[in-house]
Design a binder for this molecule. Structure first.
Ligand SMILES: NC(=O)c1ccc[n+]([C@@H]2O[C@H](COP(=O)([O-])OP(=O)(O)OC[C@H]3O[C@@H](n4cnc5c(N)ncnc54)[C@H](OP(=O)(O)O)[C@@H]3O)[C@@H](O)[C@H]2O)c1
Length: 257
C-alpha cells in the first residue's frame, strides 16, 4: 500500500513569533498538538504564559519567550533562550505583525517604520539569526512566513502593510534560494481575511462587510483554516517545497467581482 504523507512534528522545536494572540497563538497550539515543542514569542508575557499553560494542559511542551522583533538584541536572546529551554531549533514561524490603517496622505514616516520594522525587517532579522544557528551546527530547518493576500492585492489605507507583505513574499523567494544549500526550506502562507485583533474593527465596518461579500466561499477565514497548509510547510510531507507561497483565502484573491 502507498505510504500516507507524514505530518508528524514530534522531532521539531518551533519558535512562533506573535504567539500571544490571533493566528500566531492558534498556530503555536497546532504545532504543539502535532508533536512539536514550541516557544511562544511576543511582547505581552501574560498572554504568552496563558497560551503556554493551555498547551501544557493538553500534554504538550512549550515555553513563553518575551520578544520584540524590532530589536535585534531581543531576537538573539529569544533564539538562545528557546534552544536552552527546548533544544535545537528546527522551525521558525514569522507571524508577528502590525497594521496601521491610514490614507496615504496621512501615513507618517513613523507609521511606515513601525509596520515595516515589525512585518518585514523583523522577519528578516530573526530568520538570519535562526539560519546562522542552524548553519553553524549543520542542521536543516524550516521557515514559514505569514504573508497576506495583500502582498499582491491593494487595499485603501494600507501602503505600509501591503508593501511590507509584498516584501516578505519576495524575501521568502530570495531566502529559499540562498538557504536551500543548507537544507533550510523557506515558504510563505498567505491568508485571506480572518477576524482577529488586527482586522476586527475593519471587518465590522461597512467597507469590511462589502469586502466579505466578495469572498467566493462566502465567509471569513478562521485561524484553523490555515492548519493544513501550516502542517504541510512544517512537516516531512513538505520536504520538496521551498520558495512557495500557499494562499488560503476562500478564493478571495482570484475573484474579479
Ligand atoms: N487577520 C488576518 O486577516 C490576517 C490576514 C493575513 C495575514 N495576517 C497576518 O497574520 C499575522 C498575525 O496577525 P493576527 O491577525 O493574528 O493579529 P494579532 O492578533 O494582532 O497578532 C499579531 C501578533 O504580533 C505580535 N507582535 C506585534 N508586534 C510585535 C513585535 N514588535 N514583536 C513581537 N511580536 C509582535 C503581537 O503580540 P504582542 O503585541 O504581544 O507583541 C501579536 O501576537 C500578522 O503577520 C498579520 O499580518 C493576518
Amino acid at each position: 500500500m502507498t505510504a500516507l504523507p507524514n505530518f508528524d512534528l514530534s522531532d521539531q522545536v518551533a519558535l512562533v513569533t506573535g504567539a500571544s494572540s490571533g493566528i500566531g497563538r492558534h498556530l503555536a497550539l497546532l504545532l504543539a498538538a502535532a508533536g512539536a515543542k514550541v516557544a511562544l514569542a511576543a511582547r505581552r508575557s501574560d498572554l504568552l504564559t496563558e497560551a503556554t499553560l493551555e498547551i501544557e494542559a493538553e500534554g504538550g511542551i512549550a515555553v513563553p519567550i518575551v520578544l520584540d522583533v524590532t530589536n535585534s538584541d531581543s531576537i538573539a536572546a529569544a533564539v538562545a533562550e528557546t534552544e536552552r529551554a527546548l533544544g535545537p531549533l528546527s522551525l521558525l514561524v514569522n507571524n508577528a505583525g502590525v497594521t496601521i490603517a491610514k490614507p496615504v496622505l496621512e501615513h507618517t514616516e513613523a507609521d511606515w517604520d513601525q509596520v515595516l520594522d515589525t512585518n518585514l525587517k523583523g522577519a528578516w532579522l530573526i530568520t538570519r539569526e535562526f539560519a546562522a544557528h542552524l548553519v553553524a551546527r549543520g542542521r536543516p530547518g524550516r521557515v514559514v512566513n505569514i504573508a497576506s493576500i495583500l502582498a499582491e492585492r491593494a487595499i485603501p489605507q494600507g501602503p505600509s502593510y501591503c508593501a511590507a507583505k509584498a516584501g516578505l513574499v519576495h524575501l521568502t523567494h530570495v531566502l529559499a534560494m540562498e538557504l536551500a544549500r543548507y537544507g533550510i526550506l523557506v515558504n510563505a502562507l498567505a491568508p485571506g481575511f480572518i477576524e482577529t485583533d488586527l482586522t476586527r474593527a475593519f471587518l465590522l465596518s461597512e467597507a469590511g462587510k462589502r469586502l466579505q461579500a466578495r469572498i467566493p466561499l462566502r465567509r471569513l477565514g478562521r485561524p484553523d483554516d490555515l492548519d493544513g497548509a501550516m502542517l504541510l510547510l512544517a512537516s516531512p510531507a513538505g520536504a520538496y517545497l521551498t520558495g512557495a507561497v500557499i494562499t488560503v483565502d476562500g478564493g478571495h484573491s482570484v475573484a474579479a467581482i
